[in-house]
Design a protein around this ligand. Structure first.
Ligand SMILES: [Zn+2]
Length: 150
């Protein structure tokens, strides 16, 4: 799946807005699944390089793994259909790291086929949860996006 975008490669990181209620819901949901990685899709709008997540989709990790995730294809299809019906755009995906920091693993990079997507990683490792958004170029070059929660 690709996020449609026709802007040229921006040097500045994308600004990504997430609602506090969605952030808290993601943390709650992901904590319940520990030690399995939680995962899903991010839908919203994009204007002038500013992305706004309007809806977080919770999908089944069909790998049922503590170290990687795979989105359920049927759920993915249904989520994208719902987004389109609501006029939302697929902005990227998210997953949790129950026991590792909030940065892409080697496998996360290898599977990051979409350089236009925002990849959220929610770390539950340690005390406070940490959520970051990443841009991954050529399945290898990782840069952090400007994730803002309000
Ligand atoms: Zn990961």
């Amino acid at each position: 799946m690709r996020v449609e975008e026709n802007e040229s490669q921006a040097a500045k990181p994308n600004i990504v807005w997430l609602k506090l209620s969605d952030y808290l819901a993601m943390v709650r949901h992901a904590r319940k699944l520990v030690p399995i990685e939680d995962c899903g899709l991010l839908a919203g709008t994009e204007k002038d390089g500013v992305r706004t997540v309007e809806q977080v989709f919770y999908l089944t990790n069909v790998d049922h793994s503590a170290e990687h995730f795979a989105l359920d294809p049927a759920e993915q299809f249904a989520a994208v259909k719902e987004m389109r019906a609501k006029g939302l755009k697929l902005l990227g995906n998210w997953h949790s790291h129950p026991a590792s920091p909030s940065r892409p693993s080697e496998e996360d990079k290898r599977l990051a086929f979409d350089s236009k997507a925002s990849y959220f990683i929610l770390s539950l490792n340690g005390g406070e949860p940490v959520l970051s958004s990443f841009h991954i170029e050529k399945q290898s070059d990782v840069s952090k996006e400007d994730l803002r929660i309000r």
